[in-house]
Structure formats: structure tokens, C-alpha cells
Design a protein around this ligand. Structure first.
Ligand code: ADP
Ligand code: MG
Length: 246
């Protein structure tokens, strides 16, 4: 990201952020509420078009690509709240979630064109592989609503993995999780990274951030105020001020 920014009216939600997400590593994006963390993810994943700056991914300028094009380039994300199709099987939910993101839209996904049907076999295999990666292969046939909250969050990650991304963006993956669930999530993220994935995550749970991240990027009022290793960032005066001073 180079000089990345977006304004909503007079509000600079993200302002002049230059940063990199190193391949094969885990970068955490932290900052007080309203700092611009989710907006940052929305910019990278093509949900918002920046009002300034550029985004490059593997040598290509992706600044103005649409969300499904960004997914096609190898960037997938989860959301702060995952929409789970509770009545559908876990497998169908992952397949539909995958289609919605890789095609131009929901209607396209639901209408299932001829090509869609030909792709179905492949996307079923891809969805099964994604479920295996999050430890849910044996749950594929169950209704998604029958899973625990932790299981449903893993379904959300599987939806993102179904597009076989190189970069995975996780927005508050541990929200609402107890300590044991959080530890299991950390193990899962480490597994994914050791399999070659690059991860960026927004998270409030400092135990997770400090125990997992290779790098931390700190946003405050939309601006990058610090970056570095967990040890460096946790004793940065600007960071301490941002959290204590609000
Ligand atoms: P965080 O995820 O760090 O809590 P957000 O990225 O959600 O913060 O929000 C950062 C700022 O951007 C907030 O002031 C928020 O109101 C504003 N913002 C985000 N999205 C929009 C939008 N679509 N329209 C207007 N303002 C927005
Ligand atoms: Mg947020």
C-alpha cells in the first residue's frame, strides 16, 4: 500500500497509509475503535475504492479492481460477522459463500449459469479441501446452524479459503471466543501460514496479537502511527498514548 487513503465526506477513515504485508508472515493491524482497521481491509479487498494512493499485489496494481477480481488475484477475507446459511449444509454454505465472492454478484451465484454448473464439481472439491484445512471435513453434511459458534467461525474462514487465496484477511477472528477457543484459532492460523499462506488480521485480543503476529501495524484516526515487532510496538510511546489517551 502506498499513500493509501479514503475519505467519507470530511472524515479521513484511512489517511496516507504506506505499508507492506510480508509474504508468508502474519501481520496484525491494531488500533482503538474507529481507527480505520476494517476500512483498511475494505480497501485492500476492493469493497471500497480509495480516494488516494495505490495498492499493489504481487507486482500488479489492484487499486481499482472489483471485489471478485481481487479474489481472483488471490486475496480473500473474512468479516467481523459472518453470514452463515444456517439451514444449508456446511458444504453448501461454503460453496455458495465462495460463489458469491468469485462471481460478479449474488444473483449470478444463485442463477447458476451453464459454466457455473460445469464448475460445480471443482468448487465442491475446493470447498471440501477448505473445510479440511479448518478441521471441519467430518461436519460437511451437517446443517451449518447445528455447529458451535466456534465451528461457524471456522466455516467463515473456510469460505475465504475456498478461493485458494495467497493472502487471507481476518477481521476480528477471535471476537466472542473464550481463551481455549482463541488458542485453537491461533494454532489454526499458524497451520495455514506454515502451509504457505500470508495472513493479515485485525484483532482486539492482545494475547492473540502478541503471541501470533510477526509484525504489527498500528492505526489511529486512520493514520499509521507505529509498526514493528510485537515487542517494539508494545513499548512505542505513540501507541501507549493512542490507547490510553483515546
Ligand atoms: P475500526 O474497524 O478500526 O473500528 P472502521 O474502519 O470501521 O474502524 O471505521 C473508521 C472510520 O471510518 C469511522 O469513523 C467510520 O465511521 C468511518 N467509516 C467506515 N466506513 C464508512 C462508510 N461506508 N461511510 C462512512 N463512514 C465510514
Ligand atoms: Mg472494525
Amino acid at each position: 500500500m502506498d499513500g493509501l487513503g479514503i475519505r467519507f465526506g470530511g472524515n479521513h477513515a484511512v489517511r496516507d497509509v504506506s505499508a507492506a504485508l510480508p509474504a508468508g508472515q502474519i501481520t496484525a493491524i491494531i488500533g482503538p475503535n474507529g481507527a480505520g482497521k476494517s476500512t483498511f481491509f475494505n480497501l485492500i479487498s476492493g469493497f471500497y475504492v480509495p480516494t488516494s494512493g495505490r495498492i499493489r499485489f504481487q507486482g500488479e496494481d489492484i487499486t481499482r479492481l472489483k471485489t471478485h477480481q481481487v479474489v481472483g488475484r488471490g486475496i480473500a477475507r473474512t468479516f467481523q460477522t459472518t453470514t452463515i446459511y444456517k439451514e444449508l449444509s456446511v458444504l453448501d454454505g461454503v460453496m455458495i459463500g465462495h460463489r458469491v465472492r468469485t462471481r460478479a454478484g449474488l444473483l449470478d451465484a444463485l442463477l447458476r449459469t451453464g459454466r457455473e454448473r460445469r464448475d460445480e464439481e471443482g468448487s465442491r472439491d475446493g470447498a471440501m479441501a477448505a473445510l479440511a484445512r479448518v478441521g471441519l471435513a467430518d461436519q460437511a453434511a451437517r446443517p451449518a446452524g447445528a455447529l458451535t459458534q466456534e465451528g461457524q467461525k471456522r466455516v467463515g474462514i473456510a469460505m475465504a479459503l475456498a478461493s485458494n487465496p495467497k493472502l487471507l484477511l481476518l477481521d476480528e477472528p477471535a471476537a466472542g471466543m473464550n481463551p481455549e477457543e482463541t488458542v485453537r484459532l491461533m494454532a489454526l492460523i499458524r497451520d495455514l501460514v506454515s502451509g504457505g499462506l500470508t495472513v493479515a488480521l485485525v484483532e482486539h485480543k492482545m494475547s492473540l496479537v502478541m503471541g501470533l503476529a510477526d509484525h504489527i501495524l498500528v492505526l489511529h484516526h486512520g493514520q499509521k502511527i507505529a509498526q514493528g515487532t510485537p515487542a517494539q510496538v508494545s513499548r512505542d510511546p505513540a501507541v501507549i498514548e493512542a490507547y490510553l489517551g483515546g
